[in-house]
Structure formats: structure tokens, C-alpha cells
Design a protein around this ligand. Sequence first.
Ligand code: E4P
Length: 225
Amino acid sequence: MKLCIDHADTQEIRRICASYPIDGVSTNPSILAKSGRPPYEVLKEIREIIGNDGELFVQALSPDAEGVLAEAHRILAETGERTLVKIPSTPEGFRAMKLLKAEGIRFIGTAVYTAMQGFLAAKCGAEYVAPYVNRIDNMGLDGVQVSKDIHDAIVRNGLDSGLLAASFRNTQQVLELIRYGVKAVTVSPDVIDCFARSAEVDSAVMRFTRDFEGLCGVGKTMLDC
Ligand code: E4P
């Protein structure tokens, strides 16, 4: 399973990449807007951080399929051939997906709120499909269950696609989908920061340090004894 960062603040991306096994970075127009920087400047810096093998996801905005195709060419020219173009999973988006597929451009079906949208994007050739887990929860539905349904529809129909589940608000939502074996998740730094943080863990680590210092002296490690 791939773990991506859903963010465009390059300082935060560097910090998270230094500690966690990160496979890529996803952005959307709102995330880029939050960075307050020219889009291609920030995307090129992200590409530099994650390297050519890292997955980079960049959303197209054109309302028509031909516009999305033109944007896809520009996005790839600016950020590298391996970048995936995010296309909203709408009727016009599906038309765009078919155009990109015909040209061998990698893309992902985004703005997915229903299992049927996800299935259709996968059937149009999307390498990933992005259900918005927390936004679906906020509609009074079950975002994790919708994600599992899309995963099942892809697997049972033998489609060459998988989830990049997105829009998480807590570790439990992410963990449920990791357990289910989805292809990828993309998570904001504030939620990633909660993955391995707890008072119990901190206290266990402090106790080891105290006990060892009792044996060998303050500040001592296995290098000093
Ligand atoms: C990813 O594809 C989405 O753009 C993003 O994760 C949405 O997340 P949000 O609901 O936190 O805005």
C-alpha cells in the first residue's frame, strides 16, 4: 500500500518525508491555493523532494475534456512524465479520461463520493480512484464503506485500478482501509502526525532512557558503555 501526503507546503512535506515511508504527494486546487505560491513553482519543488519515482498528483481544472487534455500536457511538461493528472469523476471528466487513456497519460479519478463514480473512473482507465472518506462521512454516509465498495468493485471486475483514498480526519479511518488492503491513501500532515503519537509510547521510551541512565549515567547510550 502506498502512503502519500495530501499537502503542498514544502517545508511540511520535507519534514514528513524525513520520518515516514512516503511514496508521493497529492495536491488539489484548494491545497495549492493554501500554499500561496505560483502552482508550478511549488509543484516543481515537490517533484524535487520526492524524486522522479515518487507519485505526484495534480488536478486539471478545465470544464471540458479537450481543455483537460491540454492541461495534462502542460502539467506533464512542467512536472515530469510520471505525474498523474487528477480529473473529477463527472460525465465530462469521464470523456477526458478516455482522451488521456488513448494518449497513454496517467490519471486518477477524483471527487469521488459514490461507488458508481469510482467504478466508472476505474473502467475509463484511471490508475487510481479517490473517494473522499471524511467528506462522505459528513454527508451522513460511511466513507470507509464506500471506499471498500469501490475497492471490491475494482477487484471483482478485474479492473487495472485501485484506490487513492483521500480526505481523512483521523488515524482510524486510514487504518481501516490499510487493513482492507487498498492500493494507496493520501493523508494530511496533521493526521500523519497522529499515526504514532501517544502519551503511552512517549512514557515507555522515557522509562527506557531513565532505566539505562540509572545503569550507565545521564545521557549515556549504547555508544558509551
Ligand atoms: C484528494 O484527492 C482530495 O483532493 C483531498 O484529499 C480532499 O481532502 P479534504 O476533504 O481534506 O479537503
